[in-house]
Design a protein around this ligand. Structure first.
Ligand code: GLU
Length: 329
């Protein structure tokens, strides 16, 4: 009992830290736990669902494919400000800004800096390199904040030119969008309160595990052999609030996202090995193959000229070798 109380107090401090970090971020649940309050049942973030069946199980299984193989660059990168006539990039240049779908809830990858109000992180910096390649100016960009679930519809409806948002390339998604070559190799793990005895996904049978709706993380939790109870929410920070309130036993998603949580809340820890591979690609409307090839030429340059390594160093620590590009044509 004493232990649980201790955890509860930690949770309030942790929640306050998260709220401070993400202040001004509209996606933080407005119903934050009362600090020092007497309410017995803390209010939940909205949009919480408990799954009894695997999420978005495709009616017909997606055909197998090499999801990490993208479209080969068609030649050297054109100079900034000189996009080939009639290309998707020329249309973007004419508009005067690149529109990019990002996250504002994932510390280190895509988050809103509460002091500057600016979006920052590894994915945001990668997106700025695309704007720089088109315009010669990384600020010619308009961000649209998307949840995991909103990524594919935003591309299908052409609300954005590209999504750079911790997005795993997989065969099911390739049926609806196109992906760049892999620009980050993530993998799914588990985050629990630091007092928890959970050692990984295998010890979560019958226990509640949070992930966002529309994420591959949720499908991986729902399909885990141990049989955890998958709980879905709109935003990753909603998962952290549920964990801090003791309403779920764990969060399971990419190591990148969990690293951000662990940095935000010292009363949490990442446990167990990676149990999936989550290679990230930038995602595009399916027909925009010229833009995919352009970005792949850019990614080749960012990998070889040290830009990828310096962006990695800024957000995620000492860089490993960047992922090697694979192409399907
Ligand atoms: N990489 C996973 C995905 O693409 C989880 C990340 C997220 O949803 O933000 O679904």
């Amino acid at each position: 009992m004493t232990k649980r109380f201790g955890r509860g107090r930690g949770a309030v401090v942790g929640a306050a830290a998260v709220l401070a970090l993400l202040a001004g971020c509209g996606a933080v649940p407005s119903s934050a736990p009362e600090i020092g309050g007497g309410s017995a049942v803390p209010p939940r973030p909205t949009g919480v669902e408990e799954l009894t069946a695997p999420p978005s199980a495709p009616a017909v299984a997606a055909p197998s494919c090499d999801a990490t193989a993208s479209l080969r660059p068609s030649g050297p990168l054109p100079a900034a400000g000189r996009m080939p006539g009639g290309s998707t990039m020329a249309r973007i240049a004419e508009r005067g800004r690149l529109t990019v779908g990002v996250d504002q809830n994932t510390y280190l990858m895509g988050f809103r800096n509460p002091f500057s109000g600016e979006l920052e992180g590894f994915d945001v910096d990668m997106a700025r390199e695309v704007a720089r390649a088109i315009f010669g100016d990384p600020t010619r960009i308009q961000f649209k904040v998307l949840t995991s679930e909103e990524r594919i519809p935003a591309l299908e409806n052409r609300e954005v030119d590209v999504v750079v948002r911790t997005m795993t390339v997989n065969c099911e998604r390739w049926q609806k969008v196109a992906f760049s070559s892999v620009y980050y190799q993530a993998g799914q793990r588990v985050l629990v309160p630091s007092t928890s005895d959970v050692t990984g996904i295998e010890s979560l049978g019958g226990r509640k595990v949070c992930a966002t709706k529309g994420s591959s993380s949720l499908a991986n939790v729902a399909g885990a052999p141990a049989g955890p109870i998958a709980v879905s929410v709109p935003n990753w920070t909603d998962c952290l609030v549920l964990l801090q309130q003791g309403q779920v036993d764990a969060i399971s998603t990419d190591n990148t996202i969990l690293a951000g949580f662990a940095a935000q809340d010292p009363y949490t820890k990442v446990v167990g090995p990676q149990f999936t591979a989550e290679p990230y690609g930038m995602a595009f409307p399916r027909p925009d193959e010229d833009f995919v090839r352009f970005v792949n030429a850019l990614l080749e340059r960012l990998r070889s000229d040290g830009t990828w390594a310096s962006i990695h160093g800024r957000w995620l620590g000492a860089p490993p070798a960047p992922p090697v590009a694979a192409y399907r044509d």
